[in-house]
Design a protein around this ligand. Structure first.
Ligand SMILES: Cc1cc2nc3c(=O)[nH]c(=O)nc-3n(C[C@H](O)[C@H](O)[C@H](O)COP(=O)(O)OP(=O)(O)OC[C@H]3O[C@@H](n4cnc5c(N)ncnc54)[C@H](O)[C@@H]3O)c2cc1C
Length: 401
């Protein structure tokens, strides 16, 4: 696995993560090791301890909690998966709300719906007769559908989940990068800290929640890791929001191309996003610097596009540029499966088996594309239940479909 991601090369998003995990000595072994301190890993850690306070749980985060997509996300809360609903998925938004309630996480969640916008009318049932917006963007962008969804503050969600995990008794180790796993019945994790110290820890079970980074070690091949870009305007007046059709505060995203998404923040600033930057070197996103030519040109083009959406936006000022990693595969379905190198293990339901569906000691969960704010916590807690041998993996999320 490569070097620790730094916040600066990907820019700094506008919200704050105001929680720092307590520093602790590494134990020699744990029941559950979680790799990655984003929404997925933190929700899984908190849930594991909530359901089974007797089990030890450690989260290893290469940089700081939220350093990946979770601290940099757009903050639109969306239902289902990027590939739509899946058999047995359940109600993601209701589940997410319930998880936040049980973990006592406050993150300004507002589920007031989301707008699908497009240049052409939708064939969807919920087609809106009158669009509040009419933006000039390779045609006229209009609202074509209203779907369940909403917004939240990503900094508060990262902090809240981390605080909940620690309050429940999970230990979070920042700047601890898992370099390698030696898979066996009791796998060893080889970890380095940013100071260069190398340590080894044994875990009974492992959850890989590293999203678009550390792909080979997570067993994720044939995926598409990209850096996606976002910008923030300075706060605008209520009059401007009304003129551009965002007075109702619905977040929005295109269902055709070119892609555009965004939302109004409580201080009247507007987050906008679009554009993907590919890593120049074998999908190693950590090498992308957003101030370099390709990304900087993409930001200029995005800001220019926004200024031309509506006459009121012509002189809009921007205060922030940042990027973050997303991972998707051709089917757009998340991956939620046994790690390919994990070992079948004995469970409370029976002895170890060679059956490929039999419980094993490692799970990989991620690849939500731009659809992971609610889904990551929702599936993170599901993963905790699978690790505790209380639930099965879904049928639609196999690594090799
Ligand atoms: C700019 C942007 C906007 C987005 N907007 C939206 C949106 O509006 N709505 C929506 O639903 N989704 C959105 N998404 C997607 C959503 O944010 C992600 O799907 C979600 O945050 C993924 O969470 P995660 O915990 O799985 O991954 P991450 O948050 O990426 O966490 C993975 C963590 O693993 C750590 N890590 C990696 N390798 C190692 C290792 N070897 N050892 C230890 N730690 C390691 C990383 O440092 C990182 O902190 C957006 C994503 C981006 C980037």
């Amino acid at each position: 696995m490569s070097r620790t991601p730094k916040l600066d090369p990907w820019g700094t998003p506008p919200w704050k993560i105001n929680f720092t995990p307590s520093r602790r000595k590494l134990p020699a072994c744990v029941d559950f090791a979680i790799i990655g301190g984003g929404f997925t890993g933190l929700a899984a850690a908190a849930w594991l301890r909530l359901l089974d306070p007797d089990k030890s749980v450690a989260v290893f985060e290469a940089a700081r909690i939220g350093a990946g997509a979770s601290g940099r996300t757009g903050g639109m809360v969306l239902a289902e998966t990027a590939a739509g609903n899946q058999p047995g998925l359940g109600d993601v938004l209701a589940g997410f709300e319930s998880i936040l309630g049980k973990l006592k996480v406050r993150c300004d969640l507002k589920l007031n719906g989301a707008w699908e916008i497009a240049r052409k009318p939708s064939s969807g049932k919920a087609k809106l007769q009158q669009s509040p917006i009419a933006w000039n963007d390779s045609g006229t962008l209009r609202v074509v559908n209203e779907v369940p969804g909403g917004t939240l503050d990503p900094g508060k969600l990262v902090s809240g989940l981390a605080r909940a995990a620690q309050r429940q008794g999970a230990h979070i180790y920042e700047t601890h990068r898992v370099q390698h796993i030696h898979w066996s019945a009791t796998p060893d994790l080889h970890i380095t800290t940013t100071r260069g110290a190398a340590q080894k820890i044994t875990a009974a079970k492992i959850l890989f929640a590293t999203n678009a980074l550390s792909l080979p070690d997570a067993g994720l091949t044939g995926m598409h890791p990209r850096l996606t870009l976002a910008v923030l305007t300075r706060p605008v007046s209520e009059k401007v929001l009304f003129a551009i059709g965002l007075a109702e505060r619905q977040p929005f995203y295109t269902v055709d191309f070119p892609y555009l998404w965004g939302r109004v923040r409580p201080d009247h600033s507007i987050v906008w996003g679009a554009g993907l930057v590919q890593s120049p070197d074998a999908d190693d996103l950590e090498k992308v610097d957003i101030s370099a030519e390709e990304s900087s040109g993409a930001f200029d083009r995005l800001e220019d596009r926004i200024r031309h959406l509506h006459p009121t936006l012509e002189n809009i000022k921007f205060s922030c540029r940042w990027g973050g990693p997303i991972l998707f595969r051709d089917s757009w379905k998340p991956v939620f499966d046994w790690h390919p190198q994990s070992i079948a293990c004995a469970t409370s339901k029976g002895a170890a088996s060679n059956n490929s569906d039999a419980p094993r000691n490692g799970i990989v969960l991620g690849a939500y594309a731009g659809h992971g704010v609610a889904l990551s916590s929702y599936l993170g807690t599901w993963a905790a239940e699978v690790l505790l041998d209380r639930r099965d993996l879904p049928k639609w999320s196999a690594l090799k479909p």
